[in-house]
Design a binder for this molecule. Structure first.
Ligand code: FES
Ligand SMILES: [Fe+2]
Length: 330
């Protein structure tokens, strides 16, 4: 008998990328869907990026379908009530008075932060406030690094935890991605952070170049990988759940400039193309697998148990999550 449900885990809490800063201009209003819920995302006249639950408390219109930014508010397309960036009613154009009940009403507002030229929202299934901060990647604003991201986007039908496990699954790099030498990495954990360092020497026509790959994670939504050696590259890998079993993955690359210019073509482009190829190799596995609750592991499988233990701390019901996602591996 096979169980139809592919994943026993709920969605984790954390900071997740919801858009690129440059894609949300002043006055823009978007209907979006993250965390199995509908939202409206907009940028006010003064430039504040705001994400609220989508539905107007008055009579239920979706604010993202026809809503308009008016100063620091969003105007509902149905009866033109104005809602501010805290989700509170600001004005009702045809009412003599704002009724007390409307004054008390609040549309759920997601905490948002704009950093690294990205917009992040905090998701918590019980609506609790953020418990850690969004990381800053100095390369994004550093004039020595490329001025714009090279962007890739993938939609993947998979639970976010199962995709993340890929990073510590040492053996798959050889069999899925054709990596020649067996990856040897050191992983360390500090609260919601995970850092893995891998020495990666590269053979080139000019001899061996010492290389290093450092992968950082700050909570479940934010990953960054730095490739050092031939062409220094930073990959911001943001994963955001759309549904319980579907994610949007945004890969944003920056490279160190050479003689004042971002590398075009050559090794730089080859590094990016190789990572894009790797994701496309992973996707069919991710989309068709189910979570191995009690995996049968061998000695060279990588630190999967340790990974699952930390990941379990991103769930509200920690004890239950531990039982599901980690303890079977002890
Ligand atoms: S439904 Fe939004 S103003 Fe009426
Ligand atoms: Fe992979």
């Amino acid at each position: 008998m096979t169980d139809k449900k592919r994943y026993p885990m709920p969605l984790p809490f954390g900071w997740f990328v919801i858009d690129y800063s440059e894609d949300l201009k002043v006055g823009d209003v978007k209907a979006v869907r993250y965390f199995s819920q509908d939202q409206v995302l907009f940028r006010t006249e003064s430039g504040v990026a705001t994400m609220l639950d989508a539905y107007c408390p008055h009579l239920g219109a979706h604010l993202g379908h026809g809503g308009m930014v008016k100063d620091e508010c969003i105007e509902c397309p149905f009866h033109a009530w104005h809602w501010d960036t805290n989700g509170k009613v600001d004005s009702i154009p045809y009412a003599k008075n704002i009724p007390p009940k409307a004054k008390e009403t609040k549309i759920f507002k997601y905490p948002t932060v704009e950093k690294n030229n990205l917009i992040y929202a905090w998701y918590h299934p019980e609506g609790l406030e953020p418990s850690y901060e969004v990381e800053t990647y100095p390369e994004v604003l550093d004039p020595e690094w490329s001025d714009e991201f090279v962007r890739f986007e993938y939609s993947v039908k998979c639970h976010i935890q199962d995709m993340a496990e890929n990073a510590v699954d040492a053996a798959h790099f050889k069999y899925v991605h054709g990596v020649v030498s067996y990856p040897d990495f050191e992983v360390s954990y500090d609260n919601q952070k995970r850092v893995s360092v891998q020495e990666a020497n590269m053979e080139t026509p000019r001899g061996t170049v010492e290389g290093k790959i450092t992968a950082y994670s700050n909570g479940p939504g934010d990953n960054a990988t730095k490739f050092e050696g031939i062409c220094d590259t930073l990959l911001l890998g943001s994963t955001t759940p759309i549904e319980d079993e579907e994610c949007i993955v945004r890969f944003s690359f920056l490279q160190k400039k050479v003689n004042g210019e971002a590398p075009k073509g050559g090794v730089g482009a080859a590094i990016i193309a190789d990572i894009d190829k790797q994701v496309k190799e992973d996707i069919p596995i991710w989309e068709h697998k189910k979570f191995a609750l009690k995996p049968v592991l061998c000695d060279m499988d990588g630190p999967i148990a340790q990974f699952r233990k930390q990941y379990a701390t991103f769930y509200v019901n920690y004890n239950e999550a531990q039982r599901i996602a980690a303890l079977h591996l002890d």
